[in-house]
Design a binder for this molecule. Sequence first.
Ligand SMILES: CC/C=C\C/C=C\CCC/C=C/CC(=O)SCCNC(=O)CCNC(=O)[C@H](O)C(C)(C)COP(=O)(O)OP(=O)(O)OC[C@H]1O[C@@H](n2cnc3c(N)ncnc32)[C@H](O)[C@@H]1OP(=O)(O)O
Length: 338
Amino acid sequence: MSMASKSMLNAQALARSRLSYRCYNHLSKIHVGLGSTPYSTKNSKVTASHQAHSLLSPCKLLSQQKATARKFSQRSLGQDNLLDVSVDSSSGVATLKMQKPPVNSFSLEFLTSLCINLDKLHSDGCRGLVIGSSLPKIFSAGLEITEMYQPDEARLREFWRTLQEFWIKLYGSQMITIAAITGHSPAGGCLVSMCCDHRVMADGKLTIGLNETLLGIVAPRWFSDTLINTVGHREAERALQLGKLYSPQEAVAVGLVDQVVPLESVAATVESTMAQWLKIPSHARHLSKLQLRQPTLDRLLHTRQEDIDNFVSFITKESIQKSLGMYLAALKQRSKAK
Ligand SMILES: CC/C=C\C/C=C\CCC/C=C/CC(=O)SCCNC(=O)CCNC(=O)[C@H](O)C(C)(C)COP(=O)(O)OP(=O)(O)OC[C@H]1O[C@@H](n2cnc3c(N)ncnc32)[C@H](O)[C@@H]1OP(=O)(O)O
């Protein structure tokens, strides 16, 4: 494919992504306006079609969104391609399962969908959120490397801005957040689980950690801050430099995860942990969380544009592109050899 057509496709995808985000804002207002009751059915599916399938006119789009919102207020939306979200009406606990084969890698569209869902669940008054995966042996492979390899700059900026957005929303979330780590969780996957209040990992041949240095890239400050806040400064120093991927047993030993249980016990363990956390007065719990996390959040909130500029200038360096290209090729080779 020529560079020009690649650029055109990227621009279209970016426009779609922005559009779907804007549509969601309409959708949430309409949803509230319809006076629908959150949690109207037990375990109702709360999925939204976040991938705008075509560039519709604003009017057509709005009427489509209204129709969708009406359906939602009654029971549920149709199946989302990337996420499976359900809410338990009795407890107000949502379960969000990532389902982006093959490895739940975070593309711009996927991150947008995650942001939209977090907002939606928060505005619906959910008290708890379990983040998991529908893919066997994979929590998330982290950032979609092809977003960073030979990128279109405008899309790359939007990609990083959306990742920042997702991190800010999740790290400071008012909801009780628990990660159900039933598979590998390198790099961005580890970051997402560290944003949660509690992590339950399945035992077995799985790995978790910030392995960025193995790709020849450097985890930005807010990634390393999140790790420091989780495992402490000394362990983070070692882990970041070595790009360490921990086994579940190693991870629990350093506090990177809170519990390791057999795969088949993950769901029950998450449920009982959530039940414990739900007993704590919500306001006091959230303020306590923010007391500890706000300085870390503020550090990025005060430097977002600079962070995007740094990321873009770093990732587009020839040497970094070369490292990413080689890493991608090695991944593909390994996958082909299976
Ligand atoms: C001074 C500094 C200033 C600024 C710096 C700023 C920023 C730089 C930092 C940017 C941060 C990046 C964080 C990241 O998240 S980078 C991504 C890191 N992720 C990984 O290294 C994981 C790679 N994947 C794996 O290890 C395995 O796939 C995994 C263990 C997850 C699963 O193994 P499994 O055997 O089940 O699957 P595979 O056969 O390996 O993979 C299947 C197909 O999926 C493709 N794949 C895998 N991971 C990715 C990915 N992250 N992105 C894109 N594609 C991925 C893989 O190639 C296979 O594809 P096919 O060959 O089948 O087409």
